[in-house]
Design a protein around this ligand. Structure first.
Ligand code: NDP
Length: 384
């Protein structure tokens, strides 16, 4: 049976690679929903090529343009933030690929889970912000949440067939980003262009900056906690610059399972869409001749303080990861607009984490309010 996919965030790096996977497997998947925020031209092009049932443009100022361009087709056009949620609740699809970047992905994903859609989750911020609520809702609705993030996909793959076996710990591998080995005196001068050049992966702008600051690894630690029901001390980050081992699980007998492969996001995307099946492809294969040495080292928490802040948020829990995430989103976008320096991002996040009142067991409204408060505070700090 053909699985009908809704790609939320189809114009992004993950969204486009998902469309490639689907195009190669027309007997397995169909594209039912495509969404973008403001990149209406790409959305129109995607709609013409992939002929979905529905498209949503988040920024409603582009509605007329999209509607006009698709007027000769059967594609239904919706616009606005609310429409993303409404479409997420519709019957016309089976699985959501949650590939919107940032907090904006949370509400559509919650709606999809409430509507009993399977979730292929790329949008890690959804779990960082409200992981307890998202995972509880998934259990209540018997909805699978299958990770797309390569590290979490690796752990998920290592856990297949291990349902009854406890995890002792997981090792989340990290490339170390473009500034591995660099110190504060170098980072102080880093500009947008440097931070966007990741050595091993081609990604969207926000996650590229997060990888450069190691915030991405911190967000992934929190994501792993919720996906695999772990305690903070069961999650260890290991810098592995070759990005060949995508992550590892250590079981109670001390045995380790690792998942390896080419650094190509189409693989975890394909795995999440097709789970529990593996489907053949012609993508490049891993070469042990090219990668004949694997190295590992501890992350440098003193230089890359975002990772230390994430560990604090992971350990303390409550609304702190949500607050940290919001401050980070504001700081990253300011850095991308050349308004603040690389190291200032951490200062802003730290200040906001210290200012928003802590809530130990937040409701969804508490999370939404904490997010808003943290954004306002971060913006205020930057305009001082
Ligand atoms: P991109 O920035 O490339 O794409 C983001 C997508 O989200 C675009 O379709 C964008 O639309 C849409 N979007 C942005 N803001 C909003 C909004 N406010 N409302 C609705 N839609 C919005 O991001 P990536 O594809 O790199 O990442 C997507 C998610 O996947 C992130 O959470 C990231 O952490 C995660 N991820 C990404 C990986 C990668 O390799 N890229 C690897 C692992 C995880 P528009 O184009 O119109 O702006």
């Amino acid at each position: 049976m053909i699985k009908r996919i809704g790609i939320f965030g189809s114009t992004g790096s993950i969204g486009k690679q998902a469309l490639e996977v689907i195009k190669h497997n027309p007997d397995k998947f169909s594209v039912e929903i495509l969404t973008a925020n403001s990149n209406y031209e790409e959305l129109i092009e995607q709609a013409i090529v992939h002929d979905p049932n529905i498209v949503v443009i988040g920024d409603d100022t582009y509605y007329e343009k999209v509607k006009q361009a698709l007027s000769g087709t059967d594609v239904k056009v919706f616009a606005g933030e609310k429409a993303l949620e409404e479409v997420a609740a519709m019957d016309c699809y089976d699985m959501m690929l949650a590939a919107i970047v940032g907090f904006a992905g949370l509400k559509p994903t919650l709606k999809a889970i409430q509507s009993k859609k399977a979730i292929a989750l790329a949008n890690k911020e959804t779990l960082v912000v409200a992981g307890d609520i998202v995972m509880d809702l998934a259990v209540q609705n018997q909805v699978p949440v299958i990770p797309v993030d390569s590290e979490h996909s690796a752990i998920f793959q290592c856990l297949v067939g291990e349902t009854r076996n406890k995890i002792e710990k997981i090792y989340l591998t990290a490339s170390g980003g473009p500034f591995l080995g660099r110190k504060t005196n170098f980072l102080v001068n880093v500009k947008r262009e440097h931070a966007l050049q990741h050595p091993n992966w081609q990604m969207g702008a926000k996650i590229s900056v997060d990888s450069a600051t190691l915030m991405n690894k911190g967000l992934e630690m929190i994501e792993a906690k919720w996906l695999f029901n772990l305690q903070p001390d069961q999650i260890e980050v290991l810098v592995h610059p070759q990005s060949a081992i995508h992550s590892m699980v250590q079981f109670e007998d001390g045995s380790l399972k690792a998942q390896l492969g080419v650094a190509d996001m189409r693989l975890p995307i394909q795995y999440a869409l097709a789970f529990p099946h593996r489907i053949p492809n012609e993508y490049p294969r891993f070469s042990f001749r090219k990668f004949n040495t694997f190295t590992f080292e501890e992350p440098d928490l003193r230089t890359f303080r975002n990772l230390a802040l994430s560990i604090e948020a992971l350990e303390k829990g409550g609304n702190l990861p949500c607050v940290m995430n919001a401050a980070n989103e504001i700081a990253v976008y300011a850095f991308l607009k050349n308004k603040i320096g690389f190291l200032e991002m951490t200062d802003i996040i730290e200040a906001v984490m210290g200012k928003v009142p802590f809530i130990e067991k937040p409701s969804l409204d508490d999370y939404l309010n904490s997010d808003a408060e943290a954004r306002t505070l971060a913006a205020d700090i930057m305009s001082l």
